[in-house]
Design a protein around this ligand. Structure first.
Ligand code: AMP
Length: 415
């Protein structure tokens, strides 16, 4: 996002809080935490910042937009990201499920239980077909969903979530949800809160750590955009059945939603079902989607903030973007930081985006689980993947890990 914003002639100065070794090459990093609203406000006033683009969900759920709107000194600063109520679409799965049911947005049927209704929940599970999905209501860093294959597993997981706080406060409420079949994809919409919106390119991500979608979930190991099965008919269905009712629902609820809606969907034979909403872009989907957007991103954000998005047209690069995430050995479990990364400057054919990196003198070091995302745009999926993996093989550190099968399922589908 920083890489793209920095290209805009409308952007004189770009600050990233807290940033990494990559963002420092296109912007000025400031060492402020994303939920330290007071420090962010001081920075904005000091540097005369005119717009804030909120990347992650935590500051939105904690009310950064409300904080800036509540102060007469800060109100003039445009914030791209919904207020606290709008952020509940991501912050509470119970809230988002009620919202979808109220506005007839297709989604899996579900029922919510708490500690005091645990016995009813255990009983309810007895009459459900398997597999069955259990979801912690609150934010759990993408880990709060368990797909149980047996009644015993479902019942013990429900007990662990509600009684033993398996996901902390996030699992004080649990949704028991029908299992959806089909292929997943993500659709991204930017809305201006007044009914105007633009649809960005869709993407497919790869959540599991292991080849062939095995092992534990991660923040994401790769992404592909566009997704071949999301043809015009399917995307028209998504717009008619999901996007429009969502935007109209937000307006009916009086929610002034200026920002990104990330819609996780299951495509069941052409029928879209919503798995989840996020209220921001995702990572690594952003690294595959944003390079395909030809527009000036700041101009689009201005239109979102001013309520004039319906006058904007999105121009999309027709090429395919493939993104492979390079991670630390041990991730998503415990891993070592501080390893020196080499080969970052070699590639001319790919874009190299940083995630968990830091810099020390002239060295770039690993500083997180997911470290580097490599994206290549090319005319077809196969050659984009070949170039991405060629760049990946040039970038090295001790204990680097990545999936070698990103996009292989789509290649098979296409053939
Ligand atoms: P969520 O955090 O809601 O996106 O769920 C994480 C992952 O769990 C999703 O990306 C899906 O792969 C899977 N999942 C969630 N809900 C369902 C469902 N109702 N049926 C099948 N898979 C699901």
């Amino acid at each position: 996002m920083a890489w793209k914003i920095a290209q805009s002639p409308k952007c004189d100065q770009l600050y990233i809080a807290p940033g990494n070794a990559g963002t420092s090459s296109v912007a000025t990093n400031v060492n402020i935490g994303v939920t330290d609203f007071e420090a962010l406000a001081s920075l904005c006033l000091d540097k005369q910042i005119e717009m804030i683009i909120v990347g992650p969900e935590a500051p939105l759920v904690e009310g950064i937009t409300d904080f800036f709107n509540a102060s007469s000194d800060l109100r003039h600063i445009k914030v791209i990201g919904p207020d606290k109520t709008g952020a509940q679409l991501e912050g509470s799965k119970d809230f988002s499920k009620d919202f979808m049911n109220k506005y007839d947005i297709p989604t899996a049927q579900s029922k919510t239980f708490t500690k005091s209704t645990l016995a009813e929940g255990l009983d309810y599970l007895r009459n459900q077909s398997l597999p069955i999905v259990l979801k912690a209501d609150g934010l759990a860093a993408g880990k709060g969903v368990v797909i149980a294959q047996s009644l015993e597993e479902a019942q013990s997981t429900l007990t662990d979530m509600l009684e033993n706080a398996l996901f902390g406060e996030a699992s004080s409420k649990v949704l028991i949800e029908d299992f959806l079949t089909g292929i997943e994809l993500s659709v991204f919409v930017l809305t201006d809160g007044k009914g105007g919106y633009v649809i960005l390119p869709e993407a497919k991500d790869y959540k599991r750590i292991g080849e062939g979608d095995t092992g534990p979930n991660t923040g994401g190991m790769g992404a592909i955009s566009p997704v071949s099965f999301a043809d015009e008919t399917f995307m028209n269905n998504v717009e008619r059945l999901v996007i429009k009712p969502t935007i109209n629902g937000l307006i009916s609820e009086g929610i002034d939603f200026v920002g990104f809606l990330f819609i996780g969907l299951m495509n069941d034979n052409g029928h879209p079902h919503v798995i989840e909403y996020n209220v921001r872009m995702g990572d690594p989907e952003t690294e595959a989607v944003i390079p395909r957007v030809k527009n000036d991103l700041v101009e689009i954000f201005e239109a979102a903030a001013n309520g004039t998005l319906s006058q904007q047209k999105i121009a999309i690069d027709k090429r395919i973007a493939t993104t492979v995430m390079m991670v630390s050995e041990g991730y998503p479990g415990s891993y070592k930081k501080g390893r020196t990364i080499s080969g970052l400057e070699v590639s001319t054919q790919s874009l190299v985006f940083h995630a968990g990196t830091s810099s020390n003198e002239n060295k770039v070091l690993t500083n997180g689980g997911r470290v580097i995302a490599v994206t290549t745009l090319d005319k077809d999926l196969k050659s984009a993947l070949e170039k991405t993996y060629a760049t990946v093989s040039d970038i090295k550190w001790e204990g680097v890990n990545f999936r070698t099968d990103i996009g292989q399922d789509l290649l098979k589908l296409d053939n």
